[in-house]
Design a protein around this ligand. Sequence first.
Ligand code: MG
Length: 209
Amino acid sequence: MHYFHLMKIFCVGRNYIDHAKELKNPVPKKPLIFTKPITAILDRNRPFYYPEFSQDIHFEVELVIKMCRHAKHVEEKFAHKYYEEIAVGIDFTARDIQAELKKKGHPWDIAKGFDRSAPISKFIPIESLNNSKDIQFSLKQNGELKQRGQSSEMIFSFDYLIYHLSKYFTLQKGDLIYTGTPAGVGPVQIGDVLECFIEDKEMLKCAIK
Ligand code: MG
């Protein structure tokens, strides 16, 4: 946790058309933004302990960018200067609680921001990737491929997200943006092992305990 103090975690919902459709949500015209608290971070491949308050925790694999400079009112064309490193993360979601909250029109905080709900890999330079313009990522559950995505399929690009977020929030160095999940989300069970990849490189392993 010591790498990740004093920062904000932004997340984007429904940023891939196929995932918006699988949850029967409309495709958004503007980014759907929510946040997680710092205590959601689960780093260094530590295990995830299934919480007692939910019976339907889902994995959502996501590319995560890290701000390398303070950003406020950044134009989209300059936004690429504000991040250099990328990681893969999981946006764990208590789908049963989220469904209740959505029904009532209430905020998602409990369903999305509970302790350890944001596993994160180490960060690597975007430049080091084979194809930095169309970043491939995936998730395996117990060795079986469940989700595969690529950054070119995002409805709102990294640059657009920084433009959008920086209208409302001062983005600080170290802040993270979970940029949304492709189709294939699903429930986890105690005993599962999730593995997340960027290109062919295994970046993150998370045991469910
Ligand atoms: Mg998500």
